[in-house]
Design a protein around this ligand. Structure first.
Ligand SMILES: NC(=O)c1ccc[n+]([C@@H]2O[C@H](COP(=O)([O-])OP(=O)(O)OC[C@H]3O[C@@H](n4cnc5c(N)ncnc54)[C@H](OP(=O)(O)O)[C@@H]3O)[C@@H](O)[C@H]2O)c1
Length: 346
């Protein structure tokens, strides 16, 4: 089963198209001229519901599937609602992966996360470093769900597909961009910091409180840059990926391969926002893992054209943050609508 040049005529479905990466992927696939792009909102199709997911696949029979829908959140949400993060992500991915297999999907893209790699391990993480030991406690549930989705994809390729990686998992670092989540309790570090400085400036606050010591390092990728890389990988012949992974695994790290201290990030946003007050690092809050830089040498080998050198430049990173920050002026910050009740899909 290999994809050919006709790929843009195939029916592609992007689950989670209103989210941070899903919306960037929708934009990218439209730009590339895909002719049959399907999307469906959570209101119309709750992916926790297997019967409804099955009906969707039965009716539409998509050949390409990108799963960008998941229970996602920052350190607070992950640490406070571990049941939701484990249960919902496992059910969503099980439902989607099994239906994609049942309805003969040619290419399935699952999105993982850099938190799948062990906490105490040399950095940067290579794909082979996935060894299931000592995950970071604050996002352990999310990581276990992601690892099990990755393994479902990998073992499907291994057992039923001659080891050809039809089902691949892409591991991005922290993402940021349009349609990010700015909720106080659910957002990721970059969105949370931008919002803090935005309001501190608006309200003329004397100090900004940052959770944790500010010493951990994080790697960031702009969602639209991530969407370009992911789309390139969707279009790549399977044999090219197989050549480098040899059927031993089917996940690929993506990202700039460069990380920054949270303190550096704080300085960048402080400058962009023109904020002159004080910064207070509140060490009562957890830092999370110290570093989780990804090794992207496999991506560079498999798809060298996907790796834009600008990604590694600090100036480029600062410009992207500035671009997003400037849009905050016109943004309406909605109250948290995430539901963490016991939503069992049975
Ligand atoms: N953001 C990052 O930094 C990052 C980094 C690495 C990997 N990833 C991965 O990328 C993927 C997408 O992340 P993201 O940041 O784009 O997330 P996001 O902005 O929160 O978007 C996720 C989307 O999934 C939808 N969704 C959640 N539960 C659903 C359900 N039961 N049925 C239907 N739709 C559902 C959400 O709808 P509602 O908003 O209505 O709930 C939302 O539109 C995830 O797999 C994540 O692990 C993200």
């Amino acid at each position: 089963m290999n994809l050919n040049y006709k790929i843009k005529n195939e029916k592609i479905v992007i689950f989670g198209h209103k989210g941070l990466i899903g919306s960037a992927l929708l934009k990218e696939f439209k730009l590339r001229g895909y002719k049959q792009i399907l999307t469906v909102s959570k209101k119309k199709l709750d992916l926790l519901n297997l019967k409804k997911v099955n009906n969707f696949f039965k009716k539409n029979k998509p050949k390409l599937v990108v799963l960008a829908a998941a229970r996602v959140g920052g350190i607070y949400a992950n640490n406070t609602y571990p049941f939701n993060f484990l249960y919902e992500n496992m059910i969503i991915q099980n439902n989607l992966i099994t239906c994609a297999i049942k309805y003969s999907c040619k290419r399935f893209i699952f999105l993982g996360s850099s938190c799948i790699y062990p906490k105490f391990w040399k950095k940067p993480f290579k794909e082979n470093d996935l060894n299931l030991s000592n995950l970071e406690k604050t996002n352990e549930s999310y990581a276990i769900a992601k690892i099990s989705g990755l393994k479902l994809c990998e073992n499907y390729n291994r057992q039923f597909n001659n080891q050809l990686p039809n089902f691949i998992t892409i591991i991005p670092p922290n993402l940021f961009g349009p349609n990010d989540n700015y909720d106080d309790k659910n957002s990721h570090v970059l969105a949370a910091l931008m919002k803090k400085f935005f309001f501190a400036k608006q309200k003329n606050l004397k100090k900004v409180e940052i959770w944790g010591s500010g010493n951990p390092k994080r790697e960031f990728l702009y969602s639209e840059d991530a969407a370009k890389i992911i789309s390139d990988l969707v279009e790549l012949p399977l044999k090219k990926i197989h050549k480098y992974t040899k059927g031993n695994f089917s996940h690929i790290n993506i990202g700039p391969g460069v990380d920054y201290k949270i303190r550096t990030l704080v300085k960048i946003i402080k400058k962009i926002s023109n904020y002159n007050g004080k910064i207070f690092y509140n060490k009562k809050y957890p830092d999370g893992v110290k570093r989780k830089l990804l090794d992207v040498s496999l991506l560079k080998k498999i798809s060298p054209e996907s790796f834009d050198k600008n990604l590694t430049k600090k100036k480029n990173f600062e410009q992207k943050i500035k671009m997003i920050y400037e849009k905050l002026e016109t943004k309406t910050f909605k109250k948290n609508k995430k539901n963490y009740s016991l939503n069992l899909s049975i």
